[in-house]
Design a protein around this ligand. Structure first.
Ligand code: BT5
Length: 262
């Protein structure tokens, strides 16, 4: 197993940033939230080798065996309008997809809204997930925690049981992928996308181009409600646009997408 450490990450980064490395933690997002509330600066990174209570959306769990994944959270203090908070999920999705393609030579994409998918054996499988927690002050994003989980070197026999078929870079690429250079690549790309967004450039066109479901038949679950249709694209705030059989376009702010075979 390749080792992560605070000094190793500091040495590998081009620009300094506050780093907390923990061999084990409940959830990097929860840990970073406490730091954020205590005034930690933008850019703070919390990273671990193992989470005992890793979180997905809606009280779901994120599971990965020790030392085989990238599990980290980043603190942003964008001061953006609340409606723009989703830009962070788009930027993180782009950064992870680009870094994995560059570092592992795989074909990857984003499944709306927060899944990182890799193409393996003729289908898209989930290799990573993003978890955005935004702290609002009035109508502005005072702080935002971007949690990123990426299955790097999880062997086939140790993959967690999941709803969406899952994979790791090891399985998809057929070789181990070093986590530290991959982390550095993700951070650099994310910083680049963030700098562009801070100048007002939306990540949405690039993110749209990476969505795997556009034009495809899908089923979307939103709580107890289920809708089927063809993905027509995304709206200005990242909501999914779904055209149903009657031709009506629904705007879906959050939900779970399953790709359907025609
Ligand atoms: C996500 O939620 O995909 C967001 C995952 C974010 C995880 C990171 S790790 C660092 C940071 N700290 C945290 O505590 N969390 C973030 P969602 O779309 O709700 O998907 C959750 C579902 O994915 C689960 O219900 C499982 O079915 C599945 N799942 C769990 N672990 C997985 C894994 N390692 N790979 C693929 N799928 C997984």
């Amino acid at each position: 197993m390749d080792r992560l450490s605070k000094a190793g990450i500091e040495n590998a980064l081009w620009e300094p940033r506050p780093i907390v490395y923990l061999p084990e933690v409940g959830s990097t997002n929860t840990y970073l939230q406490q730091l954020a509330m205590a005034g930690a600066p933008a850019g703070t990174l919390v990273i671990t080798d193992y989470q005992t209570a890793g979180k997905g959306r809606l009280d779901r769990k994120w599971e990965a065996p020790a030392g085989s994944a990238l599990l980290f959270s980043l603190l942003f203090r964008p001061g953006w309008p609340a409606a723009q908070a989703n830009w962070l999920t788009m930027m993180a999705g782009l950064a992870v997809v680009e870094a994995v393609e560059a570092g592992a030579g795989l074909t990857c994409g984003v499944k709306w809204p927060n899944d990182v998918m890799c193409w393996v054996d003729g289908e898209w499988r989930k290799a990573g997930g993003l978890l955005l927690v935004a702290g609002l002050a009035g109508e502005q994003v005072a702080y935002a925690l971007m949690g990123i989980g990426l299955n790097v070197n999880i062997p086939a026999g140790q993959m967690p049981k999941t709803v969406t078929p899952a994979t790791s870079l090891l399985i998809a690429a057929g070789r181990e992928v070093a986590r530290l250079p991959l982390l550095v690549e993700i951070l650099q790309r994310l910083d680049g996308h963030y700098a562009a967004a801070a100048q007002g450039q939306s990540p949405r066109p690039a993110w749209n181009a990476r969505l795997i479901s556009t034009g495809k038949p899908v089923t979307v679950k939103m709580g107890h409600q289920t809708l089927s249709g063809i993905v027509a694209g995304t709206g200005a705030e990242g909501q999914l646009l779904l055209r149903d059989a009657a031709g009506k376009v629904h705007e879906i702010p959050a939900g779970d997408v399953t790709l359907r075979e025609r």
